[in-house]
Design a binder for this molecule. Structure first.
Ligand SMILES: O=C(O)CCC(=O)C(=O)O
Length: 200
């Protein structure tokens, strides 16, 4: 595993990049090909039983199926433990259930901030199958934004201000560009780890 990088896309205003230094990070090629294959093998039978939903009640996510999983085979568990060690502070650790999101090629995750009722200071995601662009936009100033390129096999982490003060979204295929470069959005699987909210 190399050092995390946060490559700013061309034309990004520098304010968000400065504000989110160390708080929004990507580790490209975090997973080995064997780990990606093991995770995919384990998830495919669970996901393929479901239909993609295009009518989510609050519209935040469209064209998706999802599950939560707490029991993993050895290879998948090792990869998730490595991700947890890289992305999370010592406390609170990630919750035991991993949220698995399967996004249809025509689906997207709209801008939202994860509810503070269910998620603490850190969100981390492993991406499989298709590359995508994750966009962060300041809740205070929509001109302050940052985009991260999520290649298959990468790990991202959002913590602190990146998690609380910016919305995050996964761009739909038609809008999926990174620094002027087209990033075609096919079917994408993500495994999202979150820690528990801290008591006030
Ligand atoms: O798929 C991802 O990486 C992000 C998903 C997300 O934002 C969510 O489920 O709240």
């Amino acid at each position: 595993m190399g050092q995390p990088v946060r490559v700013p896309a061309m034309g990004q205003p520098p304010g968000a990049a400065r504000r989110l230094r160390g708080l929004a990070r990507v580790w490209p090629r975090f997973l080995s090909a064997a780990e990606e294959a093991a995770l995919g093998r384990e998830l495919e039978p669970l996901l393929s039983r479901q239909r993609y939903q295009f009518d989510h009640w609050d519209g935040a996510i469209q064209g998706f199926r999802e599950t939560e999983r707490g029991r993993w085979g050895a290879a998948s568990r090792a990869a998730l433990e490595r991700a947890a060690a890289a992305a999370f502070p010592p406390a609170p650790p990630p919750l035991p259930l991993v949220h698995v999101l399967d996004l249809h090629p025509g689906g997207h995750v709209g801008p939202h901030v994860d509810s503070v009722k269910f998620c603490g200071c850190t969100i981390a995601g492993l991406s499989l199958l298709s590359a995508s662009v994750l966009r962060l936009v300041s809740c205070r100033d929509p001109h302050e934004w940052l985009e991260l390129l999520l290649e298959p096999g990468s790990l991202y982490v959002l913590r602190g201000a990146a998690r609380y003060d910016f919305t995050h979204e996964i761009l739909r295929d038609e809008e999926s560009f990174f620094g002027g470069r087209r990033v075609p959005r096919g079917r994408r699987l993500s495994l999202i780890l979150r820690n528990a909210p801290q008591p006030p």
